[in-house]
Each structure stands twice: as C-alpha cells, then as structure tokens.
Design a binder for this molecule. Structure first.
Ligand code: PMP
Length: 350
C-alpha cells in the first residue's frame, strides 16, 4: 500500500476472482463460465463492427436495451445495461444505500456484496442461511435495509421460490430488493413478472454464464422505470460509455439467438445432473443446484486437498474456504467430456 492510499479504504478486502492460469492447459471448472463458444452470430456481428472502433460507443446502448426488452416483454425504459453485472450491482449500492440505509444479504452468497458494502462505506446486515443452506426469509424481513439476494444463490446453487421472493418484496415495500439472477437460466425461475408488478424490485442478470460471454462483460438490470432512471443517473455520473461497441453488438445477437442459448443451457443442465449423480454414487454430499455449478463435499478428503489433487491432474475447481463451506469444493459444469474427465479424476484421487 502506498502512503497515499485513502484512509477510507484501510479495511478494504478486495474480491478475489477465480484463478485464470496461463501456465498450462486446464479443464477449467472454477469460474462458472460457459464451456461453449459464443453464438456464431455473435462472432460475425463483432467482426462486422470492428471498423467502427474509432467512434465512441452508444452511451444509451439502445439496441441492446431493445433486444433485452423484446425478449422479456418489458418497455425499454425498464432496462439498463452495464460492464458485467458486477457494475450494475455496484450501481445499486451507490444508488440506494447510504449511511442510514444498509444492505442486507446472506452469509453464504456472492462475495462481491460484502466488498461493495465496504468500498462504499455502507453497513451490511448479514443474515445466516439455515442449517441446510436454504434462505431464511424471516431473518431477511427483519432487517432494516435494502436486500440483495442471488437466486439461485451463489456458491450453493439453491433456488428459492418466487412465492418467497414476492413475500419478501411485499414485506420490504419501503426498501429496494435486488434479485441477482446470474444463474437463473440453468433451472431457476425468473422474477421478471414480479418486476412488472412491484416498484421496489430490481432484477439483475448477466451474459457471462448462460449466454457464453463472460469475456464480453455485459450485464443488465430490469426494473420499474424510476429505479432504472436512478441507476442511469449513477452510470452517467461514473462511466457513460460503460459498454463498448463490440459488447453492445455481441449482446444484441446473443439475446436474439434463442435457439443457441437453449441448446447450450440444456447441455449444461444435462452435464450437471450427470455429475451430481456420479458424485452422489461416490459418497459425496451435493447441494441441490439449479445453477451451472455444484457445491459438493466428501468425508474421504478435505475440500482444499481435493482441489489441490485435481489441480495436479490439470482440472481446476474452486475452493472457497469460507467458514461454513470450508469442506466443500465448487465445480463449474463444463461440457459432457470435461465432466467425464472430472469424475474419472475424482475416482482416481479417492
Ligand atoms: N452475480 C453473481 C451471483 C455471480 O456469481 C457473478 C459472477 N461471478 C456475478 C454476479 C457477476 O458476473 P458478471 O460481472 O460477469 O456479469
């Protein structure tokens, strides 16, 4: 740390992304990316727009907002887009929380919620998941602040019902509820219809997982027009051209190519169910995931050691190490062949 670093950030612990090693070729099952390339239509569209890069991108990203709005049957003024959904999550903290309005979230969830609260000096109200890692909605309802919930939840993959989400949104009528649906397309149900009904609900999602574009950095939020307006006030005060021309084009084509999206997400779900079945037959405890990853543990080997042994064999999974899940590894679902190789490696190790 330099002597110039602001004292306001003294206690800041940054987010640690999963490894992206370049030293050898790994089967990469550690950062919840898609194993499949983007749609060929996306690749074509990017190539055809590359000669426009001398100009700034469209700061309103209108074509992308329209593509998202058409797909989900909402008005385009209910949509805003961002440089990855991480950026929109940050905008939510900036727009709706302050010294008096904390952010509530679960103890086991996406690590960035805590980081943003610290970065923006916002108080966190941390509610413990139940013993079985399902959501404690009563606990969330008792908090003072806005709420952010990943559904399916990050790290566990567990999906909570829309009835519970709706009841939370009603109980928090004077606060904002943010539902992070990064993993929803792999078996969850979206709260999109609730967004049309409630003026305090924000749906956040990403092109990084189910639309095979993690490197494109495209996220979006869908909410009541007034909430979107607030998010855009923050965006235009921070980085008006937050999406480049190529990501905007990529996003439009990815949103339109429904057949490719369905084909890829179906394959991931099939590979997840295969992997889950195999792990259970090897004696693993596997949480019930509706996402593109599994959280699993075995009595035969500590999570960290299993992660290291797999790495040695050229397979990268994620060892998170947080207290409540320190025995578990998180396995991103890759292609069918990758998951067969993963299972074969686990068998050899154990
Ligand atoms: N939300 C959740 C729950 C995530 O796990 C992630 C990815 N790590 C994100 C949001 C951010 O994704 P991106 O910035 O790539 O859109």
């Amino acid at each position: 740390m330099s002597r110039f670093f602001s004292k306001t950030h003294d206690n800041l612990t940054p987010y640690t992304p999963g490894e992206q090693p370049r030293d050898r070729k790994y089967i990469k099952l550690n950062t919840n990316e898609s194993p499949f390339a983007p749609s060929p239509k996306v690749v074509e569209a990017i190539q055809s727009k590359a000669n426009l890069l001398n100009l700034y991108s469209d700061p309103t990203a209108l074509s992308l907002k329209q593509a998202i709005a058409n797909r989900y049957g909402v008005d385009e003024d209910m949509v805003t887009v961002s440089n990855g959904s991480d950026e929109i999550l940050a905008f939510c903290f900036m727009a709706f929380c302050d010294g008096k309005t904390p952010m509530a979230y679960f103890d086991v969830t996406y690590g960035f919620y805590k980081v943003y609260a610290e970065l923006f000096n916002i108080k966190s109200e941390v509610v413990a998941l139940k013993e079985d890692f399902t959501a404690d909605f009563d606990g969330l309802k008792k908090t003072q602040g806005n709420v952010i919930i990943a559904n399916p939840n990050a790290q566990t993959g567990i999906f909570e019902s829309l009835e519970d989400i709706e009841s939370l949104v009603r109980a928090k009528a004077d606060r904002v509820v943010i539902v992070d649906e990064a993993y929803c397309d792999f078996g969850g149900k979206s709260c999109i219809e609730l967004v049309k009904k409630y003026d305090n609900l924000i749906l956040v999602s990403t092109f990084s997982k189910s639309r095979n574009l993690a490197g494109g950095r495209i996220g979006y939020a869908i909410a009541n027009g007034k909430l979107v307006c607030d998010l855009e006030t923050v965006k235009f005060s921070f980085n008006p051209y937050n999406l480049g021309t190529l990501p905007i084009e990529a996003g439009v084509e990815a949103m339109k190519d429904v057949a490719y999206f369905e084909q890829c997400t179906k394959k991931v779900v099939e590979a997840r169910e295969y992997t889950k079945k195999e792990l259970i037959s090897l004696g693993f405890e596997v949480l019930n995931s509706s996402a593109n990853f599994l959280l699993a543990r075995t009595d035969k080997m500590q999570g960290k050691n299993l992660y290291l042994a797999l790495k040695e064999k050229g397979i990268l999974v994620r060892y998170l190490g947080d207290e409540r899940i320190k025995d578990f590894i998180r396995i991103t679902i890759g292609s069918a062949q990758e998951m067969q190789a993963f299972i074969a490696a686990v068998k050899e190790i154990l």
